[in-house]
Write a protein that binds this ligand. Sequence first.
Ligand code: MN
Length: 198
Amino acid sequence: MIKMIDLPYPLNALEPYYSKETLDLHYNVLYKGYVDNTNKTEEKLKLARLNNNFENIKCLERDLSFHGSGAILHKLFFENMGPAIPTNPDVKLMQHIIKDFESYDKFKNQFTEAAKTVEASGWCILVFVPEFKKLEILQCEKHQNLTLWGCQPLLVLDMWEHSYYLQYKTKRPEYISAFWNIVNWNIVNKRYNCLELN
Ligand code: MN
């Protein structure tokens, strides 16, 4: 059984960049849905094993991946935001960003452009890929497609319409530019410093 994380700040803490109304809906309804559906799917899988009835196995494995990845990415997303108090990548992470993206600005540009062009519903994610020993930016479709196996998500941005439509309507670039004001790099640094880099 997986559980929702507590939101690390009040619902109005990200204003004006991310409205209370949007965060309320996003956290209390949509994120809750992914967590609940992950648990429901686990229950159904248990029942299937118990009854030795795998008639719906294809659908259940798919639901596990979809809802489970949705639950994981939303947790990471809510955690890597915070009130608009400036934070920065720490020295180690900054050095790695410069090594793999040439500069912080080039990293930020690539992330922004990747986020703008996520097709339909998906995510933009800064990851560390252990196999490549490299930071990469991924455009994820839905919650589970277009990954690199084994990658560790460091900074995630929800590009589903439910994440910005109430406040920004079709203005994706404005939502992305607002996001940079509420990134909590302290959390991203913590994730980076927990990685086994070698
Ligand atoms: Mn979402």
